[in-house]
Design a protein around this ligand. Structure first.
Ligand code: BGP
Length: 483
């Protein structure tokens, strides 16, 4: 058996892309509630509105309405055989403006959700901040550009961890924390968009703000982890990084060096701080290149050292290439762009499919930190078609099954042949949700179809896709039966 007994199998979601009910029971708007959808296939980016346009459609407002369907959805997850469910808490459902008094109604909602998970034998794995901060913090502080956010976040994290630690034993701090190092990541991961109206492509931030924002998030995460270790020894804390795997496009040593530097900037910079508790040696070179140094205040370094993660978690979807030569065609990726790889196929959105890259990534990460790993996002966004057969709705999605099969097989090899300590796998978007990058509904990842469309129509009913039954079989055989 490649996968150890007790391996965690499940799926991953995020409040802003799934929950809906954006303004009930006192909830405030989050940054995502201010975003319109784009069109990923035709390269039309998302639009951000500082002030709501009454004629616009904001996909997070309803999303796929987990808020009113959680019992039905968690029952479907249990039917697939899950023993873990990754979800996030919507910060603005607990603190409408990010700080102040917590909203009891919001807290009660997650009580019900976690109770329901536990009743079904599913362990919740909870992200504290998945690409959303209350919009009030964007307006008042310019998001994570301000040091004040450290304590505001800590207060929020402490509130929910104190409340739910009896049912939630696995927590993640910031979703795809590493992305804040470039402009593209700014929209969702650090939200430094005070007063900004425009498209994602137009966002321009200062290097100094980006370097600080990441630093404040590292300190806020470490402070939270330290608190948990001191108070709840049975609770485990992880980071969450977007592993952007890149290869040198040629064997020109210049490309190999460029790739090493690229991997340091986009991946290792963040995870070295979180796993090793200090900035890595190459940070000095990066700060020089970026033209900015983080605002490290007395006491920060001690907090970083005292708040190291217990396990490393990451998203992995695709790989790309980098080169110093100018003849490599570019393609899109997860909050990134990179060179095309002639050995790989890609999704309709240009994300290059590379399951061997996942095995490679697992080895790279494990050899660096030697702590347990979790793949907390991996998945395939595609255009699905609903057909009616014998009066029943069917969604035949062999492309998604194929992607899943290959990635599970390569994870199995990383565990069995390479010896990596991988403890869990949560497929991204196991039920259709709003796309983070493009705001589309038609970019579907789910094993469960939701009747919801880009124009806001749909009655939100759920239907099992072919991949639902495939994943059920994979889990039942603990990753052995991949036929
Ligand atoms: C990651 C995010 C998720 C998710 C996923 C798929 O970056 O953590 O929130 O959405 O990517 O990306 P997309 O929705 O853009 O296809």
């Amino acid at each position: 058996m490649a996968f150890p007994k007790g391996f965690l199998w499940g799926g991953a979601t995020a409040a802003n892309q799934y929950e809906g009910a954006w303004n009930v029971d006192g909830k405030g708007a989050s940054i995502d509630d201010h975003l319109r959808g784009g069109d990923g296939i035709h390269g039309i980016p998302r639009q951000i509105d500082a002030v709501f346009d009454p004629n616009a459609l904001y996909p997070s407002w309803e999303a796929t309405d987990f808020y009113h369907h959680y019992e039905e959805d968690i029952a479907l997850f249990a039917e697939m055989g899950w023993n873990v469910f990754r979800m996030s808490i919507n910060w603005s459902r607990i603190f409408a403006n990010g700080d102040g008094e917590p909203l009891e109604k919001g807290l009660e909602f997650y009580d019900k959700v976690f109770d329901c998970c536990v009743e079904h034998g599913i362990a919740p794995l909870v992200t504290l901040s998945h690409y959303e901060i209350p919009y009030s913090l964007v307006e008042r502080f310019n998001g994570w550009a301000s040091r004040e956010l450290i304590d505001i976040f800590f207060n929020y994290a402490k509130t929910v961890i104190d409340r739910y630690h009896d049912r939630v034993k696995y927590w993640l701090t910031f979703n795809e924390n590493n992305l804040g190092w470039n402009d593209m990541g700014t929209m969702l991961s650090t939200s430094m968009l005070k007063g900004f109206t425009g498209t994602q492509a137009e966002i321009k931030t200062e290097a100094q703000d980006r370097v600080n924002a990441l630093h404040y998030q590292f300190v806020a995460a470490a402070k939270t982890i330290k608190y948990v270790h001191e108070n709840y020894p049975d609770v485990k804390m992880g980071n969450m990084d977007c592993f952007i795997l890149s290869y040198p496009a040629t064997c020109d040593p210049k490309d190999v060096l460029l790739n090493q530097h690229n991997m340091q900037a986009s991946n290792w910079y963040a995870s070295d701080v979180q796993a090793r508790g200090k900035y890595p040696y190459y940070a000095k070179r990066l700060w020089k290149e970026w033209g900015a140094k983080p605002d490290i205040q007395p006491g920060d370094e001690e907090i970083l050292a005292e708040g190291k993660i217990d396990f490393y978690s990451f998203s992995y979807y695709m790989s790309n290439t980098v080169t110093t030569h100018d003849d490599v065609e570019q393609t899109a990726g997860n909050m990134s762009f990179g060179g095309k790889n002639p050995y790989l196929e890609a999704s309709d959105w240009g994300w290059q499919i590379d399951s061997i890259g996942l095995r490679f990534a697992l080895n790279e990460i494990y050899s660096r930190y030697e702590i347990p790993l979790m793949v907390v996002e991996n998945g395939f966004g595609a255009l699905d078609e609903v057909v009616i057969e014998d009066g029943v709705e069917r969604i035949h999605d062999p492309y998604r099954i194929d992607y899943l099969r290959k990635h599970v097989a390569d994870m199995g090899k990383a565990i069995e042949e390479d010896g990596v300590d991988l403890i869990g796998y949560t497929w991204w978007g196991p039920i259709d949700v709003v796309s983070a990058g493009t705001g589309e509904m038609r970019k579907r990842y789910g094993f469960i179809y939701v009747d919801k469309h880009d124009d806001g129509t749909g009655d939100l009913h759920r239907a099992r896709k072919d991949s639902f039954f495939y994943y059920q079989k994979v889990i039942k055989s603990n990753g052995e039966d991949l036929d």
